[in-house]
Design a protein around this ligand. Structure first.
Ligand SMILES: Cc1cc2nc3c(=O)[nH]c(=O)nc-3n(C[C@H](O)[C@H](O)[C@H](O)COP(=O)(O)OP(=O)(O)OC[C@H]3O[C@@H](n4cnc5c(N)ncnc54)[C@H](O)[C@@H]3O)c2cc1C
Length: 396
């Protein structure tokens, strides 16, 4: 019997013809080769936390939930090779046991590692890259069913193209990560008026290892979150009220459990224009959306990287994220604010809601055409493309 698939927020629903959970690479290769032979479409899914249609298919849906172990690690070199379906939370726990930790993760740790990398998922920290920037090698099954490896040393261009590719070059089966020795962080959450937060933004971002703020439109208040190595950072915010603080291993202290469901739209802007862009967003929300939108807006700096379709490709960025309660309408709000993001050359988060298509995206990514050449070479039959992805990447 066919089974409906629903994403975390509930806004993406579809019924694939079949759901496959291969146990190893050979079975995955077989699935891909059959899809080519019978001209089928195949999409791979992780934890379904994306609210864009990146994994939606009405044909074959593949889950790598059985690819969920640390394949190998080298504590001295500070690296580990991790199976693509392993959840971030499980990775943090497993690495801690061997004295290692990821450099950074995002707001939650429910995602699987390959899709988190492949959509450009990031945390917060001016000097820290998104997760794809921590990848130093990977193995994948391409659209012709070949197993291909790339790394900083072996075919580095393929690594730059593949890291952020939403499963359109191939299905990752393992990724090699650059890691840190296990470390503890001290986390603080401060409350203040948004104007005070904005007035102190530059040094807050510069002097704290991890920094983010939430703006709450109804109260015009900011909740500032900072994370630092013990004894480091600027942890006395005279203009704000300390609400809570605690310390622990990085994998425990960086994420925040999310109980309420929401949909999201997010754009990344060059760091230089982000404060001005945020001020315009704030003004528009106050003028037009405050009645309906009581939810927070999130502001996070991220360091540049070199993955071709990364939100931070060759530019330091700030990601501004709109959240809306999953039970409430979101399109009018998201699309209205999107026009402000676009005026600042914003790049959308691949796993969140946006309306851009290939014609709009091409000019935002200097290596767009090169990425498409590589995608066509690795998936010549387009088995990983759906209508949504064709419009997004090809422009048909
Ligand atoms: C509560 C919540 C909090 C979030 N916090 C953040 C945050 O802090 N920062 C941020 O940047 N984003 C954040 N996101 C977005 C989220 O990180 C991304 O959408 C991420 O891709 C979701 O991971 P997933 O495992 O659910 O992948 P899915 O949504 O299931 O899949 C995402 C994409 O990855 C592809 N994929 C899946 N497996 C593979 C594979 N093995 N090889 C290649 N491609 C594959 C899929 O085809 C799809 O295109 C958040 C989302 C939610 C719902």
């Amino acid at each position: 019997m066919q089974q409906e698939w629903i994403n975390w927020s509930g806004s993406i629903r579809f019924t694939p013809k079949s759901i496959e959970t291969p146990e190893n690479e050979e079975m995955l290769v077989d699935l891909v080769r059959q899809a080519v032979a019978f001209k089928r479409n195949l999409r791979v899914v992780g934890s379904s936390h994306s609210c864009s249609q990146v994994f939606k298919t009405d044909d074959i849906l593949v889950s790598l939930e059985k690819f969920a172990d640390i394949e190998s690690y080298d504590a001295t070199a500070g690296t580990a090779t991790v199976n693509a379906g392993m959840k971030l939370h499980d990775i943090s726990q497993a690495l801690l046991k061997v004295g290692l930790a990821m450099e950074n993760i995002g707001d939650v740790d429910y995602q699987a590692i390959a899709p988190a990398i492949g959509t450009g998922t990031h945390g917060a920290g001016k000097h820290l890259t998104n997760l794809s920037g921590q990848v130093i090698g990977l193995r994948m099954v391409t659209g012709t069913g070949e197993i291909v490896e790339c790394s900083l040393e072996q075919n580095p261009e393929l690594l730059r193209a593949a890291r952020v590719s939403m499963g359109t070059l191939g299905i990752f089966t393992a990724v090699k990560l650059r890691l840190l020795p296990a470390y503890k962080l001290h986390r603080q959450e401060w409350c203040t008026h948004i104007d005070d937060c904005l007035a102190n933004l530059d040094w807050l971002m510069e002097e704290n290892r991890n920094f983010a703020f939430y703006w709450y439109p109804r109260r015009d208040e900011a909740r500032i979150r900072i994370w630092n190595l013990p004894g480091q950072g600027s942890t006395d915010l005279s203009f704000a009220r300390l609400d809570k603080e605690w310390s622990g291993w990085s994998g425990e202290v960086l994420p925040t459990p999310q109980e309420l469901r929401y949909d999201e739209s997010e754009y990344s802007l060059p760091v230089e224009v982000a404060p001005e862009c945020f001020k315009k967003v704030r003004q528009r929300v106050k003028e037009k959306h405050r009645q309906m939108v009581g939810w927070r807006i999130l502001y996070r700096p991220i360091a540049r990287d070199d993955a071709y379709l990364s939100n931070a490709y060759e530019r330091d960025i700030v990601a501004i994220t709109l959240h809306q309660n999953a039970a409430l309408p979101h399109w009018e709000y998201f699309t209205d604010i999107e026009s402000i993001f676009q005026a600042y050359d914003g790049r959308p988060h691949w796993g969140k809601k946006h309306t851009l298509k290939a014609k709009d995206l091409r000019s935002l990514y200097p290596m767009w055409n090169r990425f498409q050449e590589i995608r066509q070479r690795l998936d010549p039959n387009g088995i990983f493309l759906t209508r949504y992805l064709r419009e997004l990447l090809v422009g048909e």
